[in-house]
Design a protein around this ligand. Structure first.
Ligand code: AMP
Ligand code: MG
Length: 465
């Protein structure tokens, strides 16, 4: 069998200033770590031999129909505006339409420099590639919109980082698109109204075909992102770099750099080593995403003939977002304590549980999975909870369906990376297998549901560069 990717590219038809045509830089000796056959099937991709897959997904050969580009975008990073970012180490090979008629980007990450590299080497090392593979596939299995991993290869080249020479790797990521809030900001910052309108038309036809106006589009993105962030909170996920260049228009999670799942619950948890002030702490995510949507609104203003009216309308749309997030939070955390449809008055019950968990330094994932908790600290809460459950049916099935047993715990990711660096990819494969069914008990994988032992705790994570 020969690898065949049925490319059907649309972004390359947009004006030249949207991207730069750029081929990946060949690597020394590509070797396949993993190819996601199931995902490939959904994407109508015919897999080839291992060497062929390694060559294609390292960028050494271009599959027929590929038209590699690096995308232009800007972004607010930690609140400060960078007018020119762009793909500094990624090549969009092209787009495919899946078996359900949905369009997806196929992008290599770590495939060499581009005009947007700003002095970077355009490469990635093995650790962050495996981390993104596992975490993004785990998010998908948890039911959270996300980019996915199609392939991972080692390059045979060394990559130089602070901690020395490391094995290079390339990740192939699949996303509904790579259009970000920062893509809109890029053209708005240049006052390029034509490009902004073209981008809006493209984004609407691709993601929100029912929308007719910038306001409707803004509202649709706000809805998608409100639901996404609600889902992050419900599994204890901390993205870590919620810059506007890492915030998609599609409402998918993208850019797994210093992200992490909480073990011990604390609302102000931060992992990213570059987030010294906790801007992107766990419970700030609901505020930051509103700020990010305000940046999208500001960019769209350039298209509006009546600025005063548009400011009023856009402000109203952005101001509605905290209520939307709160609604998702209530619904999702309600399910986590077994309620089919939580009511506003149930909020107090949920926050009381979270407060006790904070005091008890409880494990977020296991506390919900193991309800009712037996420790004395929870006894008062359990009494109120059981009283509330009297009017509910199917509670235990709902608890199981809403509370995963398995999340990609940081210490397991680190251990998996260490093993891979020593040439052992079995922990990587095992994590993928277990995390693909996160809501099932899987007694043989109990060790992967345990919180870290004192010596295993991971205090901080690093940007995948
Ligand atoms: P990120 O924090 O991964 O969202 O990256 C922010 C920006 O830095 C993006 O424009 C990346 O393409 C770029 N970048 C990150 N690492 C590298 C690298 N090793 N070489 C070139 N560009 C990079
Ligand atoms: Mg990024």
């Amino acid at each position: 069998m020969t690898l065949k990717i049925p490319f059907d590219n649309t972004y390359t038809r947009l004006p030249q200033r949207f991207f730069s045509r750029q081929n990946p830089t060949p690597v020394a000796s590509p070797a396949l770590i993993r190819f996601n056959t199931e995902l490939a099937t959904e994407l109508n991709i015919t897999p080839g031999t291992k060497p062929e897959l390694a060559a294609a997904f390292s960028g050494n050969i271009l599959p027929e129909g590929a038209a590699p580009i690096a995308l232009a975008y800007a972004g607010h990073q930690f609140g400060g505006f960078s007018p020119q970012l762009g793909d500094g180490r990624a090549h969009l090979l092209g787009e495919v339409v899946d078996t359900k008629g949905k369009r997806f980007d196929i992008q290599l990450k770590g495939s060499g420099p581009t005009p947007w590299s700003r002095g970077g080497d355009g490469r990635a090392w093995l650790g962050p590639v495996l981390r993104e593979y596992v975490v993004s596939e785990s998010m998908h299995a948890l039911g959270i919109p996300t980019s996915r991993a199609l392939a991972a290869v080692t390059t045979g080249d060394r990559v130089f980082r602070e901690n020395g020479a490391l094995p290079g790797a390339v990740l192939t990521r699949v996303a509904a698109s790579h259009i970000r809030v920062g893509t809109f900001e890029y053209f708005a910052a240049r006052g390029d109204k034509d490009a902004l309108q073209t981008l809006l038309d493209h984004a609407i036809s691709r993601h929100y075909p029912g929308c007719e106006t910038p306001l409707e589009f803004l509202t649709a993105v706000i809805r998608a992102q409100a639901e996404l962030v609600g889902k992050w909170l419900s599994v204890g996920f901390i993205h870590g770099v919620m810059n506007t260049d890492n915030t998609t228009i599609s409402g998918e999670t993208i850019d797994y750099g210093p992200c992490a799942f909480m073990d011990v619950y604390h609302p102000q948890t931060v992992f990213s080593s570059i987030d010294a002030r906790g801007r992107y702490a766990y419970d700030n995510q609901a505020h930051v995403i509103v700020w990010n949507m305000a940046q999208l609104a500001s960019a769209l203003l350039l298209l509006m003939p009546d600025q005063d009216q548009a400011i009023r309308d856009f402000t109203e749309a952005v101001h509605a977002m905290p209520g939307l997030i709160e609604g998702h939070w209530l619904r999702l955390f309600g399910r986590k304590i077994g309620l089919e449809d939580a009511r506003p008055e149930d909020k107090a019950l949920i926050t009381r549980l979270l407060d006790i968990m904070t005091d008890e330094k409880a494990d977020f994932t296991n506390s919900f999975r193991n309800l009712p908790l037996e420790e004395p600290a929870y006894s008062g809460w359990t009494t109120s909870w059981q009283a509330r459950l009297k009017s509910e049916t199917g509670v235990s099935a709902r608890l199981q369906a809403a509370n995963p047993a398995f999340i990609p715990r940081n210490h397991r990711i680190e251990q998996m990376i260490d093993a891979a660096l020593a040439g052992d990819f079995k922990p990587f494969e095992r994590l993928l297998t277990v995390l693909s069914r996160p809501y099932e008990s899987q007694p043989e994988a109990q060790d992967l549901s345990r919180p870290p032992q004192p010596g295993e705790v991971v205090e901080s994570t690093f940007c995948g560069t």
